[in-house]
Design a protein around this ligand. Structure first.
Ligand SMILES: Nc1ncnc2c1ncn2[C@@H]1O[C@H](COP(=O)(O)OP(=O)(O)O)[C@@H](O)[C@H]1O
Ligand SMILES: Cc1ncsc1CCOP(=O)(O)O
Ligand SMILES: [Mg+2]
Length: 269
């Protein structure tokens, strides 16, 4: 597949194939993530026990690892699940929530990258910078007010980490070492809903489950997600974050391939 207009068709493929997405995620966003995947047309499952994660990961179309509320037991399960997914050729998507905020998070994120072959790493600029040992302002799980060349950062990270890297924020960047894309959709209200980034990582998982070109899957997922947010904001944005969250779940269900082609703003860099 060559251009992003064709990649957008993956949305239809997700809805037809209804892929199982196995998430080992954080306690804050679990319910929102499951509901968002259902609204999209994918099939979520959360499973955490090390006794079952390998089996579940091998049944799934994609595995999503998220260290938002990590502890040693969960990290061990993530490594077991990740390695089982790798053996079965199931794509693994990683959200390094809060990498850089504490040493434990940074070290764990690097341990996962070292021991599991990742298809896509999705995070904000601060998390991605800290994964490759670069300085960037961070505030808990949010990117701080740091500034820098995010396109160049995504390229460096993709090369050093050996995965497709998606850096999100006001503008999103997807890089795979050869190709780089900029996506200019989204809405500031997404920053007022906890788990908007985490759900996006799982949505990337759903797209990666139906497409082996992980950069194509990531671009398609990000532009779809940004357009859905714009549609939700137009309907309910003025009422505030609570109404927006509900409208956004609705928009994930009704946003069509045609909507994404019409309103998507993607350019290759
Ligand atoms: N200022 C903004 N304007 C528009 N969209 C945004 C803005 N900030 C974040 N987004 C969107 O919110 C979603 C989550 O991204 P982000 O906030 O970077 O993740 P995280 O919550 O992990 O820090 C992405 O779709 C991104 O494009
Ligand atoms: C608030 C919080 N604290 C630990 S995980 C988490 C959720 C972060 O979700 P997102 O990165 O999608 O905003
Ligand atoms: Mg996040």
């Amino acid at each position: 597949m060559a251009n992003w207009h064709e990649w957008v068709e993956l949305l239809e493929r997700v809805r037809e194939e209804n892929p199982l997405v196995h998430n080992i995620t954080n306690v804050v966003v679990t319910n929102f993530t499951a509901n968002g995947l259902l609204a999209l047309g994918a099939s979520p499952v959360m499973a955490y026990a090390k006794e079952e994660v390998g089996e579940m990961a091998q049944l799934a179309g994609a595995l999503v690892l998220n260290i938002g509320t990590l502890n040693d037991k969960e990290v061990e399960a993530m490594l077991v699940a990740g390695q089982a997914a790798n053996e079965a050729g199931v794509p693994v998507i990683f959200d390094p929530v809060g990498a850089g905020a504490t040493r434990y998070r940074t070290e764990t994120a690097r341990r996962i990258v070292g021991q599991v072959k990742l298809a896509v790493i999705r995070g904000n600029a601060a998390e991605i910078a800290h994964m490759i040992g670069e300085a960037w302002a961070i505030k808990g799980v949010d990117a701080g007010g740091g500034s820098g060349d995010r396109v160049a950062l995504a390229k460096r990270a993709a090369e050093q980490l050996g995965a497709v890297v998606a850096i999100t924020g006001k503008e999103d960047v997807v890089a795979d070492g050869q190709r780089t894309y900029l996506i200019q959709n989204g809405h500031p209200l997404l920053t007022k809903v906890t788990g908007a980034g985490c759900l996006l990582t799982s949505v990337v998982g759903a797209f990666a489950a139906v497409e082996r070109d992980a950069a194509a899957a990531a671009v398609a997922a990000l532009v779809y997600y940004g357009v859905a947010a714009e549609q939700a904001a137009a309907k309910a944005g003025e009422r505030g974050p609570g109404s927006f969250q509900t409208a956004f779940l609705d928009a994930l269900a009704y946003t069509s391939v045609d909507d994404v082609k019409r309103y998507g703003r993607v350019e290759q860099r």
